[in-house]
Design a protein around this ligand. Structure first.
Ligand SMILES: Cc1cc2nc3c(=O)[nH]c(=O)nc-3n(C[C@H](O)[C@H](O)[C@H](O)COP(=O)(O)OP(=O)(O)OC[C@H]3O[C@@H](n4cnc5c(N)ncnc54)[C@H](O)[C@@H]3O)c2cc1C
Length: 475
């Protein structure tokens, strides 16, 4: 089999990639797979935000608190194993070990594919040249690396509000929180988006008193409001306080071991630690992008088309630096497409229609494609196939039967165009529906698919059957 989607590789190409996160390292692997010689410039650790300060360390913590949650309900299952205790040092050590193991795996792949790693801070000096200053801070010797094309994949970093003092140890971003080993007695999370909600679930389960302050009217802005309401209800049960439509007006650091956040309504949220997660900003300034002629949008994201070409011939961009959705799997996709086009000069394009959003809170939330509100706004007639997990055998067996599946289909031909799911393992279940949507399948196809019993996936089939008036395990 050929690694090429079509056509022949131009194996003489040299590709230079700036940034070794998911977008950059996948671009490197794909370009090397296609026969190009590849130089990958990274100033910190391979794996970027995802592996070192994002997806992987947070999900390692989620795995730990899932065990804690399960242990706390042992007696309900007839297992008497005593009261579980948290050893934060051991939990953090495992989180680091998981990160190191996976980073080692990526480094091995890059080495095997003969990708040249250049450790240092790079700057774009022309459409085909990057200047690299050795070392993390870029204060070492300079080298120039040239190629036939450059892929910029410098990612994103936490956005800080001017209101907060970044230097104070009681105010952290996700980077700071993941660098800590301890457990704060209380945590005020400013920003109720994906990152804020995942940390809220983690730290509440670990025993911290958690308050989430969100400016908008719902948690998880952008997700279906029913999913956000389900999460808010679960937060209430777990003792997490959600302050919605709440804006932080003042930050008080006068007390030695607490931070006080004064909200617009005059109330004060006090906590030992404030986590600011109000979004992420592109790493695109001071890297020669604008000087070289790359168009940035008003927020600083690099503008690309769907072939990942930028405004400058010969320069491609991929990942968070190109703007939302800021997701590792979207960065992978963009990186692979950028590499294909950089090597071949072709016009492979990313497909933005069905990118899954997975939120590893408790309960999990997953979605993709068209939402009900978007369909309504676009006057698109839809059918909604829905089922709750409380009628699903496996969910009841597992003792986690809160949540639901809602599949959005076009009313005329019943093609699946989106979904919103809340509950146990929905971050896995969503993919059957993503595949159905991508393949142009209908609710009838989903209903005709035999799902094994007893599984959570049965609920997907049951939702579709219900929409066709053929549900047997639901009324
Ligand atoms: C707490 C948290 C949890 C997350 N959880 C998830 C999740 O569960 N699922 C998911 O899909 N996404 C998640 N994300 C988002 C995900 O981490 C990002 O979408 C992903 O890392 C983007 O990849 P990237 O390669 O575009 O950028 P990055 O991962 O940011 O990588 C960019 C790389 O470029 C390097 N770099 C920057 N400038 C230079 C320079 N001048 N020279 C050399 N190197 C440079 C940086 O050091 C970095 O290594 C999470 C993010 C956070 C913060």
């Amino acid at each position: 089999v050929s690694p090429w989607p079509e056509g022949e590789a131009d194996v003489t190409k040299k590709i230079v990639i700036l940034g070794g996160g998911p977008a950059g390292y996948v671009a490197a692997l794909r370009a090397a797979q296609l026969g190009a010689s590849v130089a990958l410039v990274e100033s910190r650790e391979i794996g970027g935000t995802c592996l070192n300060r994002g997806c992987i360390p947070t999900k390692a913590m989620v795995a730990a608190v899932e065990r804690l949650r399960a242990a706390r309900t042992n007696a309900d299952f007839g297992i008497l194993a005593g009261t579980p205790h948290v050893d934060m040092a051991a939990l953090s050590a495992r989180r680091r070990a998981v990160t190191e193991q996976l980073r080692g795996g990526v480094e091995h792949l890059l080495a095997t594919r003969k990708v040249e790693l250049i450790a240092g801070r790079g700057r774009l000096v022309s459409a085909r040249t990057v200047r690299v200053s050795a070392g993390r801070d870029g204060d070492g010797d300079e080298v120039e690396v040239g190629g036939d094309a450059v892929i910029v994949a410098t990612g994103s970093e936490p956005t800080m509000l001017p209101l907060f003092d970044v230097g104070d140890p009681r105010v952290v971003t996700s980077d700071g929180l993941l660098a800590m080993d301890g457990l704060p007695e209380s945590l005020a999370i400013v920003g109720g988006g994906v990152i804020g909600c995942e940390f809220a679930s983690i730290f509440a389960e670990l025993g911290a008193r958690v308050t989430v302050v969100e400016m908008l009217a719902q948690l998880l802005p952008g997700e279906d409001r029913r999913a956000a309401a389900a999460l808010a209800q679960a937060f209430r049960k777990a003792g997490v306080e959600s302050r919605l439509k709440a804006r932080v007006e003042r930050v008080d650091l006068s007390s030695p071991d607490a931070v006080g956040l004064t909200l617009a309504d005059g109330s004060v949220v006090e906590a030992a630690l404030a986590l600011v997660c109000v979004g992420r900003s592109p790493v695109s300034r001071g890297l020669g992008y604008e000087e070289a002629g790359l168009a940035l949008d008003e927020r600083g994201f690099v503008v690309t088309d769907d072939t990942q070409r930028t405004s400058l011939d010969g320069v491609f961009a991929a990942g968070d630096v190109c703007g939302p959705p800021l997701l590792a799997h979207w960065a992978y996709e963009q990186g692979a497409v950028a590499a294909e086009n950089a090597v071949s000069g072709g016009r492979s394009a990313v497909d933005r229609r069905f990118v899954p959003n997975c939120i590893f809170s408790h309960p999990e939330v997953a979605s993709f494609g068209t939402t009900e509100d978007q369909a309504k706004a676009a006057d698109l007639p839809i059918a909604v196939a829905q089922v709750r997990f409380n009628g699903n055998s496996k969910a009841v067996i597992e003792g986690e039967s809160d949540g639901y599946i809602r599949i959005i289909a076009r009313a005329d031909d019943r093609r699946v165009i989106g979904a919103s799911l809340v509950g146990l393992h929905v971050t896995e279940l969503v993919h059957e529906l993503v595949l159905a949507a991508r393949a142009g399948l209908t609710l009838d196809d989903v209903a005709a698919t035999i799902h094994a019993h007893p599984t959570l996936a049965e609920a997907v089939g049951e939702a579709a059957l219900g929409a066709l008036g053929r549900g047997l395990h639901t009324l």
